[in-house]
Design a protein around this ligand. Structure first.
Ligand SMILES: NC(=O)c1ccc[n+]([C@@H]2O[C@H](COP(=O)([O-])OP(=O)(O)OC[C@H]3O[C@@H](n4cnc5c(N)ncnc54)[C@H](OP(=O)(O)O)[C@@H]3O)[C@@H](O)[C@H]2O)c1
Length: 307
């Protein structure tokens, strides 16, 4: 009989049960990708501690709904600023709207991103470029549009990266390249802008349950499943491969953001905070390896070239 454990993980908590409720009163957050998923939960947490916020994304309707909900949940102000992070002029407008409304920007979360599964052999130039443009150039554009205000406020950046690029993750060449560049950018910002009072850090989430990103990727896996791809064990039972014995929760990432923006982190800059329950240290590939690269037919539906 194989050894078992009754431990099912320590549940994630709300940041307000740990940090001061008035931690961010008078502060303003500018968050790209804040209309959904992880970045929306990060925004909610920062607002619950007293900050007002601006959320940025392309889908104006979703942003408007999210802003209303965030205001109701937190009692703070949140305004939607529709913009494509690939378009510097649109980001400039979003920043102008922020300054006109709140007069300052203290915190920036660069979280807008795109993802899908595709092998390098079938990845079109357009598909690769699109992810680089959203993740990497989008981060650059966001930093450029906000930096003067963040400097004035002696504020702080959080770049939402990933752990994919620490190893060769199959079908993630585009995201791996894009996020590696984001990590590099954050380090340089930390060094160049530190003397101006600006901090810059990276949060690298592992697989976080209940996110659109993970739903999309696991749906792709399920759609492409065959006898050799056990999508059940990948999705429902994947937590068994996570050392802390549970999936990541969006609040795990939000709690880290509260810490990194707080004065308790005033000596933390240029850091990469991996939040993955130690998953990165376990060698358990998500796809059968090397079958998935030696015999693409076994995962044919999954690895269809995109765009
Ligand atoms: N989910 C995970 O387990 C996981 C793991 C590691 C890292 N991450 C990272 O965490 C962040 C959030 O991921 P998520 O899973 O929560 O996904 P998500 O809900 O799909 O968030 C992505 C957000 O980015 C916005 N966005 C995409 N393209 C954009 C563009 N061109 N301009 C402006 N906004 C754009 C989307 O809004 P619109 O569609 O309205 O533009 C959406 O709100 C991402 O940086 C992701 O790489 C996630």
């Amino acid at each position: 009989m194989s050894p078992t454990s009754n431990f099912r993980g320590t549940p994630a908590v709300d940041s307000t049960t740990v940090f001061q409720p008035n931690l961010f009163v008078g502060k303003v957050l500018f968050c790209t990708g804040g209309g959904s998923g992880i970045c929306r939960t990060m925004t909610e947490a920062i607002m619950k501690h007293g900050a007002d916020a601006v959320i940025v994304g392309r889908n104006a309707e979703r942003l408007a709904t999210a802003s209303e909900e965030l205001e109701k949940l937190t009692g703070r102000r949140c305004i939607p600023a529709p913009a494509d992070v690939r378009k510097p002029a649109q980001l400039k407008e979003a920043v102008e709207k922020t300054i006109a409304t709140f007069g300052r920007i203290d915190f920036v979360i660069c979280g807008a991103a795109g993802n899908f599964l595709a092998p390098i052999s079938g990845l079109s130039e357009n598909a690769f470029r699109t992810v680089i443009e959203i993740d990497t150039l989008g981060t650059y554009n966001t930093v450029k549009a906000t930096l003067s205000h963040v400097r004035s406020a002696h504020g702080s950046y959080i770049h939402v990266s990933a752990t994919l690029h620490y190893r060769g993750t199959p079908y993630q060449a585009h995201v791996s390249a894009a996020k590696a560049a984001v990590d590099a950018l954050s380090q340089v910002i930390a060094v160049e802008e530190g003397p101006h009072g600006v901090r810059s850090n990276v949060i690298a989430p592992g697989p976080i349950g209940g996110t659109e990103g993970m739903e999309r990727l696991s749906a792709q896996l399920k759609a492409g499943s065959s006898a050799s791809v056990d999508s059940t064990s990948w999705s429902a039972d994947h937590s068994s491969g996570i050392p802390v014995a549970r999936w990541g929760d969006k609040r795990d990432i939000a709690n880290a953001a509260v810490f990194l923006f707080s004065p308790a982190a005033s000596f933390v800059s240029g850091a990469v905070l991996v939040i993955d329950g130690a998953s990165e240290h376990v060698r358990s590939p998500q796809l059968p390896y090397p079958l998935s690269v030696l015999d693409p037919a076994a995962v044919r539906e999954l690895i269809k070239p995109r765009l």
